[in-house]
Design a binder for this molecule. Structure first.
Ligand code: PHE
Length: 382
């Protein structure tokens, strides 16, 4: 089959072309073929193939036209062949370039279509953490005390027996040590004689920070100390070998028992709500005198001992009061350890168990959940 481009392999005389009219029909034919094929080049690789087929230097159609039609043309036709060829070349070159541009913008358009951002798609979900409930309760209590002039300090969890016991008026063979018998640390032997002899332990309460604070500063002192403490307790729903306390200490020249109970009452009402009542009962701590236990009227049954449903309140077990924490006026003996003049200063101290307080306020019945890091629990307190 002879196609318009296959005719370019033959000289004009072989094609029987002798007049300018026949020649221009021949060129028109070829151009029509070009136009038809050009439309078929729809991507980069077919476009390249097409371009080479027409403009390829060795055997492209235009080269063949030059070699087979122009060069051997008769003198009469040469001019017309030259003109036809130039016209065709200009057309071919401009169309091929136009096609390239069209294909490129087409790929761009389809790439854009493919990569279009769909704003209605849900984004990548990255879970955001939150403060642990214990930290939240610390924060809540810190805010209350900071608002009445206390500042927050922190201390070491690894303590010396001196700070944990002796300076708090608990000598070595005092019976309260039994309750606090705790985790002593076996340290690698040190060449330094002083440290080699000092046993260390995990603090059993935050009270050592009373001593450390008073050693560092003169009265007035108003601090609270949030932190972790450790005791040799077997784990159950209300015991853990690690738990949390906030120590409070206020010492000045004129602090009375009234300041003490007023401060505690302010805190308890802020924390549990204005309708709760407080009471204190005599207690004993070696480093406070007098010592008390603070109770709060049960915030859940309104201090009646009876639940709204009529039965016994499950929170206070019908007692109407809930034991909150230990406290007292600083024992003058303690001032002796920090070079305060016990005749001139007075003050109070308290130690709040945070885990217990959080359990009470948020209705949690097992202390262990604070330490298990189960997100199903943690998520309930965002
Ligand atoms: N440190 C005591 C305890 O852990 C609590 C306490 C602190 C009591 C301060 C009185 C004053 O049991």
């Amino acid at each position: 089959m002879t196609t318009p481009e296959s005719k370019t392999t033959l000289p004009l005389v072989h094609l029987g072309i002798t007049t300018p009219e026949e020649l221009s029909a021949l060129f028109a034919d070829l151009r029509g073929r070009f136009d038809a094929d050009c439309a078929c080049a729809h991507d980069e690789s077919s476009w390249k193939q097409f371009r080479d087929a027409w403009l390829g230097r060795k055997s492209g159609v235009l080269t063949l036209v030059t070699d087979n039609w122009l060069k051997p043309a008769t003198a009469e036709l040469k001019r017309a062949v030259g003109a036809g060829l130039n016209e065709l070349r200009a057309h071919v070159e401009s169309q091929i370039e136009a096609r390239r541009v069209a294909i490129e913008s087409g790929t761009e358009a389809s790439a854009l279509r493919r990569e279009r951002v769909d704003l209605s798609l849900p984004g990548v979900h990255r879970p955001v953490g939150s403060h642990h409930l214990i930290r939240q309760v610390f924060q809540e209590i810190e805010d209350i005390f900071v608002s009445i002039g206390f500042s927050v300090v922190e201390g070491p969890e690894i303590e010396t027996p001196y700070y944990n016991f002796e300076a708090l008026n608990i000598p070595e063979f005092h019976p309260v040590r039994d309750d606090m018998d705790t985790f002593y640390l076996e340290l690698p032997s040190s060449s330094d004689k002083n440290t080699a002899k000092t046993p260390l332990l995990l603090r059993t309460h935050t009270s050592p920070m009373q001593i450390r604070t008073m050693e560092k500063q003169k009265p007035p002192v108003r601090v609270i100390v949030p932190g972790k403490v450790y005791r040799r307790d077997n784990p159950d729903a209300t015991h853990s070998f690690a738990f949390h306390q906030i120590e409070g200490l206020a010492v000045d020249t004129d602090i009375t028992f009234c300041d003490f109970t007023g401060t505690i009452e302010y805190f308890v009402k802020q924390f549990f709500g204005p309708s709760v009542k407080t009471r204190f009962r005599p207690s004993y701590f070696p480093f406070t005198e007098p010592s008390v236990e603070f109770d709060v009227s049960c915030p859940f049954c309104g201090g009646t001992g009876t639940a709204a449903s009529g039965g016994t309140c499950s929170k206070c077990k019908g007692a109407a009061w809930i034991e909150l924490f230990g406290a007292g006026m600083v024992d003058p003996a303690v001032y002796g350890f920090v070079n305060y003049d016990a005749k001139k200063v007075s003050g109070f101290a308290f130690g709040i168990g945070i885990d217990r307080l959080a359990m009470l306020k948020y209705g949690i019945d097992d202390i262990q959940v604070f330490f298990q890091n189960d997100v199903r629990f943690l998520r309930q307190f965002p």
